[in-house]
Ligand binder design. Sequence first.
Ligand SMILES: [Fe+2]
Length: 472
Amino acid sequence: MNVAHRKVREVVECMTGKQEEKIADAIRETLGVSSLPPVRCHRHHRSHAASAFYPSGFDEALVVTIDSAGEDDSTVVWHASESGLEKLRTYDFPNSLGFFFSGITEFLGYRFNNGEGKVMGLAPYGDRNEEIEETLRSLVTPGVDYDVTELTQYGPREMEHVLGDLFDRDPLDRGGEYDDWHQDLAYAAQQFLEETVEAIVREYLPEVSTDNVALAGGVALNCKMNKRVMEMDEVDSVFVQPVANDPGSALGSALLEFEPGEVPQMRNVYWGPEYSGETVRDVLERNKLDYDTPENLSREVAEALADGQLVGWYQNRMEMGPRALGNRSILADPRSKSSLDRVNEYVKHREEWRPFAPSMLAEAADDYLEGVDSAPFMIKTFDPVDDRKDEIEAVLHPADDTTRPQLVYEDQNPEYYDLISAFEDLTGVPVLLNTSFNDNGEPIVNRVEEAVRAFYTMGLDMLVLDDVVIRK
Ligand SMILES: [Fe+2]
């Protein structure tokens, strides 16, 4: 299909011009402006697919976009090449893997569209439980022709009651106490998801003349599912759009205005707001806060970290998407479990069983991780090298020892690279525990004032803003 045909089909496929006018009106009204550049709409899954393929660096790939729903689609399989995106298969809403996982999430006492990552994190604490598996699969069918509609035809709060009837158990209340059975259910749901996506990739990969896979859609935030795809014998390289959920579909929509080959490989997510050193000093002086500007910042912060301190690290442009990748991060020593407990107790105020992730110098990745490839975004999970586990205890999943790293490249984030290097000079370990700079349930800090406020309402010991340090 040539470019003109593709553009025509896209326009036909996409929303009508009338809706585009309505959207343009709404934007004009919201922004209070009288004119706008032309507004064009792209379809939801096509946007996710573009966000997965265009910046992947691949010439060709199998793309799978998996979410709750976008227009009428829940999962779409694509053949992506230099000439664009060709649909191979659609799983219509409500046959939705996202909705399926959300139903389990609600049943386990977490919020739909919010707690799915917690269910993924809980799953390794469970075991295979044949009774749960059989019961679940009497309602929903995994595999390439998966069918979850007996569950997902209902709304989120109704799904938990369908599951309650199925298992003859009450759904958990918000924050309710779970037991082994609930952990086994999380395990069964995670297996169902992984098995299904693996089967889809296995079925459709032969339609593509490479072994590359690209993933997006909110379900692709499930980094354990991504690991399963990465470990398939048939699969060579995997790119997962780091902003796999719906904010990333905005990126994909913009990318659809280009040809795939025109889009550079995505190397970082530092596309958010930035505040100058002058703004930092101004905020601190207005608030009568003492600060200093160490001559060797990296060394001083690394020493504090090695000494067990918890550090707020605020630099340059904020990250796009759900992960803090060293510009709006809370950092800690990764070497012992006590560090993980300190972060949970003093800083994140969250469930003690949830894992933390590492930032690691890219050059050290092979020493610490099995089968690692490019992984700059904390969206892929790996097994650690056995005899290095005790060096990075605090950043392994406590139940299965897997880890979800950010590999840090010098040209991608020089300040963060310097800090991790300084920590390595002191300790021999080129790794830091990195979690997002926010309290439990709060958004990640953006402005300087938000970072300062968070510093004083959390149990952090040190705050680094640009080249400035505040201590408690
Ligand atoms: Fe989506």
